[in-house]
Design a protein. Structure first.
Length: 103
């Protein structure tokens, strides 16, 4: 088991190092999402809205990148995700940014 965890840890560190080397910033993640061919399942926004009306919180637990998920929800809601989807909580990997200019 320890050997498998060591391999996972090595993969994770190399993956994060690649992101750091690329110098991505928050704007880059939003742009990636906006230019992707992301498609939500039919009625996803309706489900989110019905949950909000019924005061049912939604928790998205993901091993993905928080910034990409958040940008996707902004596209889904057609506006600022924190406004229309404030009952949705994203629990996932986040980046810590240095104040690098957009490239």
């Amino acid at each position: 088991m320890e050997e498998k965890l060591a391999h996972l840890d090595e993969w994770w560190n190399r993956d994060m190092a690649a992101f750091v080397t690329a110098g991505f910033n928050k704007t880059d993640f939003a742009h990636m999402t906006m230019t992707s061919k992301l498609i939500f399942r039919r009625s996803t926004l309706s489900l989110f809205n019905e949950c909000k009306q019924a005061s049912v919180p939604i928790i998205v637990l993901s091993g993905g990148i928080h910034e990409l998920i958040e940008a996707a929800f902004k596209i889904l809601s057609g506006t600022d995700a924190t406004q229309n989807l404030d009952h949705v909580r994203i629990v996932s990997n986040r980046f810590t940014y240095n104040d690098l200019p957009a490239h």
